[in-house]
Design a protein around this ligand. Structure first.
Ligand code: FDA
Length: 311
């Protein structure tokens, strides 16, 4: 209930203004976001790689409303990939990038899908030159069809383009079956948005059961599963599935968010498994922060304190 209220309130401009300017907010942001610019992102990447972790970098922002801004977001990614390559951090996918279709133009009133696809393709070209890959994040359930269409189309030229499936959606087991083909990189997560009941499972238990179902489909298939979760129970199921399917450590990877369960990230890497950390950076952190707060009631204490201290 609290999660739903928070996600709904996140759309309000007044709420955004209060949160962005509240004194305690910065401390919470610093926990989840690597910094405001590419230099900070590259520095965090270097640190994480030195401790044996792979990285996926996300330039924060979503719901772009102008062509120029969408172009600028793509340019930021191209420049970032150049920096990663120059720093010797991107080779063999050691650091890749994650992109949001709405940040790259999907929402534009005219030719949104075409614009997002063209911008993602520019990023794919730069990623290939840097020796790494791109994964297309999944946003709100209303964007699933268009996002999967863009991925399908671009995979003709960029077969290593990754996509994301959210286990909270009822359609996801079918999507996993369609995507579990050779070379297909699929990130499985629970889903951070708030879809309506006709599209999504209502309870946490159902979302978890759906995750386990999708996981089994992806692990039994011919693609490359990227298993994004911090949930200890699901991590045990993933490890068991890896043994059962004989995939071994090279056949899949764990993914976790920057600042969440860092000790667990290192523990899994020490077992020989591949672990990738999703590292967001940039000044447009509001939407990302609210989704992280909504996931964890304990974090709400910080949040509410920061709002109260404004009065
Ligand atoms: P769950 O939320 O049940 O948490 C399990 C445990 O993890 C908690 O008990 C706690 O210990 C810890 N934890 C989880 N969240 C925490 C937080 N915010 N702060 C502190 N501890 C926390 N979603 C989406 O819709 N589209 C996408 O493209 C992506 N991409 C993505 C990439 C990667 C690498 C990850 C890890 C996650 C995503 N997500 C996402 C987010 C995802 O859908 C989901 O919201 C979060 O991962 C939280 O779900 P868990 O599976 O961790 O389980």
């Amino acid at each position: 209930m609290l999660r739903r209220t928070l996600l709904a309130a996140s759309a309000s401009d007044r709420m955004r203004q209060m949160v962005v300017s509240a004194p305690y907010t910065r401390d919470v942001v610093a926990r989840y976001v690597a910094g405001e610019d590419a230099a900070a992102a590259v520095e965090a990447t270097r640190r994480l790689q030195a401790s044996g972790l792979a990285v996926s970098l996300d330039y924060l922002g979503e719901d772009t409303t102008s062509q120029d801004h969408a172009t600028a977001v793509a340019a930021e990614y191209v420049a970032l990939l150049g920096r990663l390559e120059a720093g010797g951090l991107s080779q063999d996918g050691g650091a890749e990038v994650s992109v949001k279709p709405t940040a790259l133009g999907l929402h534009l009133p005219e030719h949104g899908e075409k614009t997002a696809a063209a911008n993602i393709e520019r990023i794919c070209v730069a990623a290939r030159a840097a020796g790494t890959t791109v994964t297309v994040d999944m946003e709100d359930h209303t964007h699933v069809e268009a996002t999967l269409r863009i991925v399908r189309e671009l995979r003709g030229d960029y077969p290593d383009l990754g996509c994301v499936i959210q286990s909270q959606l009822r359609r996801s087991a079918a999507d996993c079956r369609a995507l579990a083909s050779a070379g297909s990189r699929v990130r499985l997560c629970k889903g951070a948005y708030d879809p309506p009941p006709e599209a999504a499972f209502a309870s946490r238990a159902e979302v978890d059961r759906s995750y386990a179902r999708c996981l089994r489909i992806l692990m039994a298939g011919a693609g490359y599963p990227m298993l994004a979760t911090h949930d200890p129970r699901l991590i045990r199921i993933i490890a068991a599935q890896a043994v059962l399917t004989g995939r071994g450590n090279a056949g899949f990877e764990y993914q976790m968010l920057y600042g969440i369960r860092p000790a667990e990230q290192l523990r899994l890497a020490a077992t020989g498994a591949k672990v990738r950390v999703y590292v967001p950076y940039g000044s447009d952190w509001y939407g990302y922060l609210v989704r992280r707060l909504a996931e964890r009631p304990a974090n709400l204490a910080f949040f509410l304190r920061s709002l109260a201290s404004r009065r």
